[in-house]
Design a protein around this ligand. Structure first.
Ligand SMILES: C[S@@+](CC[C@H](N)C(=O)[O-])C[C@H]1O[C@@H](n2cnc3c(N)ncnc32)[C@H](O)[C@@H]1O
Length: 382
């Protein structure tokens, strides 16, 4: 059942996305908003903001709590996460707000009007925040206000310094229910420099340089788990359709395709910046994206059953602010559905995460094909 989010702007039934189900989600908070959303909306209402017809941009709304509450104003809502976008759409629909009235943008798209008020939920990643603040610069109309909101655990001195360095003078509110607001007055006359993102690193043992947008996992260098998987790739010589699930910058699918050029590889990630990076890296490595497809998706939602021969996967252990193995579980369940009979799921994981027993339960088999002190490579066949 949705809970009711009550603010000075109205009361709205809201749900998280994905909807919490089953035991894996019992630990997770169930509300689709946090105290920072409440604080921000309370402050906006006291200030008489957004002013009528003022173009407002919301950045990083988790499940649409801000977007739904402020839908009476001309609104753009931007997020890197397809899960956040799916949550926002579902909550707009549940509140009978036509999604066409709101411009839902991904993290690489810009609003088509000058912005008078930008509301930024503070993301976990300082790199993503930095990139987002740089992206705001050319969008702001003269005199525009930028207001940040986050739980105190996500707001540090470095967060405030970043606002001040990239946009202009910044101060914070008092804390309320462990949430804080950030007030920033953009000072374009003092703006120097550009976003350092996307950033690039040289991929070891190759001539390749990989592009990484700000939100991409392990964007400064190859992750040690991914390296171990690359050193122990299964033989995909007789394979046709593979999936790089949770692809990040696409390094797993890219290296598989380098070794077996006949492979058709579909890259999936829930981050728009990850998918953009993977696409860029494939094009740079092979001169075209032929034989590859790229999709933002929640795991393998909507992918036809029995359609892939092999899946490579380095699962995440958090999604937005929520830590746990529930996403790995979903990825394994989806993989089992999407693989053809005889198809192979190959997973790298920290030894202590216990993926082996999960895969054994789902697939009825699971082999450790390689291990070191930290990681195991697991192979399960449908
Ligand atoms: C541990 S990283 C691995 C990235 C890349 N495969 C590598 O080895 O460097 C896990 C990836 O899963 C993605 N992810 C998280 N939740 C997801 C979901 N629900 N659906 C699809 N991808 C997701 C993250 O954005 C991240 O890129």
């Amino acid at each position: 059942m949705p809970e009711i989010f009550t603010t000075a702007f109205g009361s709205y039934p809201l749900q998280r996305y994905p909807r919490p189900t089953g035991s894996a989600d019992k630990q997770q908070p169930l509300r689709a908003w946090d105290a920072a959303d409440e604080y921000l909306l309370q402050w906006l209402h006291q200030q008489g903001l957004p002013r009528t017809a003022a173009a407002t941009l919301i950045v990083n709304d988790s499940f649409g709590a801000l977007t739904v509450s402020l839908s009476h104003t001309p609104l753009w809502s931007q997020s890197d996460s397809v899960l956040a976008q799916l949550g926002c759409r579902a909550n707009l629909a549940a509140n009978a707000i036509p999604a066409d009235d709101i411009q839902l943008l991904d993290s690489l798209q810009a609003p088509t009007a000058a912005i008078e008020l930008a509301l930024v939920k503070i993301p976990k990643s300082l790199a993503l925040l930095e990139d987002q603040l740089y992206r705001l610069r050319p969008l702001l109309s003269p005199g525009a206000k930028v207001v940040g909101a986050g739980m105190t655990k996500t707001i540090h001195n470095s967060t405030l310094q970043l606002f001040a360095r990239v946009l202009g003078p910044t101060h914070t509110s008092l804390a309320q229910k462990k949430a804080r607001l950030i007030f920033c007055q953009p000072a374009p006359q003092d703006w120097r420099g550009d976003s350092p993102y996307p950033s690039y690193y040289a991929l070891e043992n190759t001539e390749l340089t990989l592009c990484n947008h700000a939100a991409v996992f392990s964007r400064a260098g190859l992750d040690i788990g991914s390296r171990f998987l690359l050193q122990n790739l299964p033989d995909l010589g007789a394979t046709r359709e593979i999936i790089d699930l949770g692809c990040g910058n696409g390094v797993l699918g890219l290296m598989a395709k380098r070794q077996w050029p006949g492979l058709h590889c579909h890259f999936y990630d829930e981050s728009h910046m990850a998918i953009a990076s993977a696409r860029h890296n494939i094009e740079a490595a092979f001169g075209s994206t032929a034989g590859c497809e790229f999709s933002v998706n929640d795991c393998l939602r909507g992918v036809p059953a029995n359609s892939a021969d092999a899946i490579l996967n380095n699962p995440p252990f958090h999604q937005q602010q929520v830590v746990g193995d529930h996403i790995a579980w979903q990825m394994f369940r989806d993989s089992h559905r999407v693989l053809r009979r005889g198809g192979l799921l190959c997973v790298v994981g920290n030894r202590h995460l216990g993926y082996h027993s999960k895969l054994q339960r789902l697939f009825g088999n699971c082999e450790v094909s390689a291990s070191n002190r930290k990681f195991v490579i697991l192979q399960a066949r449908k």
